[in-house]
Design a protein around this ligand. Structure first.
Ligand code: ARG
Length: 587
């Protein structure tokens, strides 16, 4: 279906064409002065330059050409030649019918579906997740949902960090604690015990322990480095340990991501491509893409027109270890072979911008993928209310499960304050508080422009007033309750025939869904969809305050409003779903 703005654009485009002017001048947009008219077209100003005529004169000619059209009830010319447009009653009615009849609630599908990989989440095995991983997960998930909804073929990949120094740290620290385990015998080739030698808590303890020890003692650090190199060279006991570490870590992560409502198609990691690295590097060297530099093997990626210095990507360290950029390149190669993506998005902290610039240039230079097909979707940092990077109350890095529990508790407190959920049993309340807490955290993140930093403030995030997740869930729940009551009274929705300004404004808000989805995906900017959902909820609020539904005596009017409420709920839930939010049935 076509939005009203697009429909009017077509109409005005034809009027411009009839004056021998380019059709795109007829582009109609939501008005900057909605108090004057809901839509405007500024094309007459640009047309004046082309036609060398006065802009108001052209505006007048366009107005004359369209004013009798059944979709338009009023055209006026403002200022130097802006056209203000008021759609007709028939246009509103037709648009409402189209939206109500559209199972996608007005959102179009892409005419050019692509194979897209979204690389996000990116937690590291054994290292605790931090708020940057949470942001990546929430933003990446919204983008994967938006891209799928638009009709792209999406593959999401968590890309676990499991091939770096942290593995050498874990191996050596475990060896210090349990030297008798079979994995440390350099000559052993297995078979290995199927029971993992560590628990999740062990991993959480061993890694920071090793990292602290290595920081204080160079010899200790060297052991970790050597173990990492031996692992990468294929030492059997170490590989067996690696697989245990990954499995134990993954079981914990799966629980966390389930609780967050975020799912990945692939649970691959850096280590999954290690077998591709030797041949890849050999090829790079043979083709002179890679070269030796101070004992390391590097790819030079600097270009003559660079404004700032671009250091080379290091493929192999002087110890012969593969680094972060090496596994990223091998992963691009693996994805090319197994999926063949048109486009790959990396949703990762903006502070890794330099790394991705190196990887993308190197991939391009090596012929793995054109640089234009690889895109880093960066984001800003999350600070605490003290203005410093966010930490838990104890000052450590947060665990996702703790964070979600905190959000649930805060949501529960806010619900009690607002008198929400009174009289419900404990289990129902807990489930609602979980959904509210999750919505609070996700929406608070997504509503910001990606690159801006924001302050983590659960008090503010969980408020039921203002631009928050809980406010939006509450808006959806309120409509559900109206619809339930209507059903109980045997009332059925009918044809939407908007009469009041509030009804028309709500239809216009609904009609903005398509543009919001397109904008949010094409600009990788979920906040555009957040803005839409918030405006929709507000437009519904104003409609509901001005236009009684259940008490309305006129049957057709009541059925119309009921249908409008049902349509609003459907789109609201669809849009919330794209952001990864879920509204409860009741509150
Ligand atoms: N594990 C990395 C980190 O914690 C993020 C991985 C991002 N994805 C990638 N393909 N490099 O910083």
């Amino acid at each position: 279906m076509t939005s009203l703005a697009n429909h009017l654009s077509d109409l005005l485009g034809a009027a411009f064409t009839a004056l021998d002017l380019p059709a795109p001048l007829g582009q109609v947009q939501a008005s900057g002065r909605p108090d004057l008219a809901p839509f405007q077209c500024n094309g007459a100003l640009a047309a004046a330059k082309i036609a060398k005529r006065a802009p108001r004169e052209i505006a007048q000619a366009i107005a004359d050409a369209i004013k009798e059209h059944p979709s338009i009830t009023q055209v006026s010319i403002a200022g130097p030649g802006f056209l203000n447009l008021e759609p007709s009653q028939a246009a509103y009615t037709a648009q409402a019918a189209a939206l109500a009849g559209d199972e996608r609630c007005g959102a179009s599908q892409t005419p050019t579906p692509q194979k897209v990989i979204i690389d996000f989440g990116g937690p590291n095995v054994a290292k605790p997740m931090h708020v940057g991983h949470l942001r990546s997960s929430v933003i990446g998930d919204a983008l994967q949902r938006l891209a799928r909804f638009a009709g792209h073929k999406v593959t999401s990949d968590i890309h676990l960090g499991d091939w770096g120094l942290q593995m050498g740290h874990l191996i050596t620290e475990l060896e210090d604690e349990q030297p008798d385990l079979p994995y440390f015998d350099a000559a052993a080739t297995g078979p290995w015990p199927t029971e993992p030698p560590v628990t999740l808590d062990d991993l959480a303890r061993l890694y920071p322990q090793a990292a602290t020890n290595a920081k204080a003692d160079e010899g200790r650090m060297l052991r970790s480095r050597k173990a990492t190199a031996a692992l990468q060279a294929g030492r059997a006991g170490y590989l067996a340990l690696l697989h245990h570490f990954i499995a134990v870590s993954r079981a914990g992560l799966e629980k966390d991501f389930d609780a967050l409502g975020v799912h990945f198609d692939l649970w691959k990691g850096e280590s999954d491509v290690h077998h591709l690295i030797p041949a890849m590097i050999e090829g790079f060297t043979a083709r002179h893409v890679a070269e030796k530099s101070d004992g390391a093997l590097v790819i030079h990626i600097a270009r003559d027109d660079d404004k700032k210095k671009q250091p080379p990507l290091i493929l192999l360290s002087s110890e012969g270890s593969a680094l972060y950029g090496t596994t990223d390149l091998a992963t691009i190669l693996d994805r090319k072979n197994t999926i063949g993506p048109d486009h790959t998005l990396y949703v990762v902290d903006q502070r890794q911008g330099q790394h991705f610039e190196q990887v993308f240039r190197a991939a391009d230079k090596a012929g793995l993928a054109p640089q234009t097909s690889l895109e880093h979707i960066g984001f800003g940092t999350v600070n605490g209310t003290d203005g410093k990077p966010f930490k838990t109350r104890e000052g450590g890095v947060m665990r996702l499960s703790d964070l979600l529990a905190m959000a649930k508790t805060a949501a529960r407190a806010r619900m009690a304050e607002a008198g929400i959920g009174e009289g419900m049993d404990e289990a129902a309340l807990g489930d609602i508080a979980r959904k509210v807490g999750l919505a609070a955290i996700k929406f608070a993140d997504l509503r910001n422009q990606r690159m801006t930093n924001y302050v983590f403030d659960l008090e503010r995030f969980t408020a039921f007033e203002g631009k928050t997740g809980p406010y939006l869930l509450y808006a959806a729940v309120r409509i559900k309750s109206v619809l339930r009551k209507a059903e109980a009274q045997g009332l059925t929705p009918g044809t939407i025939t908007p009469k009041s300004a509030e009804e028309k404004a709500l239809i216009l808000a609904l009609d903005g869904f398509d543009a919001a989805c397109i904008g949010a995906l094409s600009k990788r900017a979920p906040h555009i969809l957040c803005e839409h959902v918030f405006e929709l909820a507000q437009a519904f609020s104003r409609f509901y305050a001005a236009c009684p539904i259940l008490p309305e005596k006129d049957e057709a009017m009541r059925a119309s409003r009921l249908a409008l409420a049902a349509l609003t709920l459907r789109q609201l839930e669809c849009a919330l779903g794209l952001l990864g939010l879920e509204a409860p049935e009741r509150m």
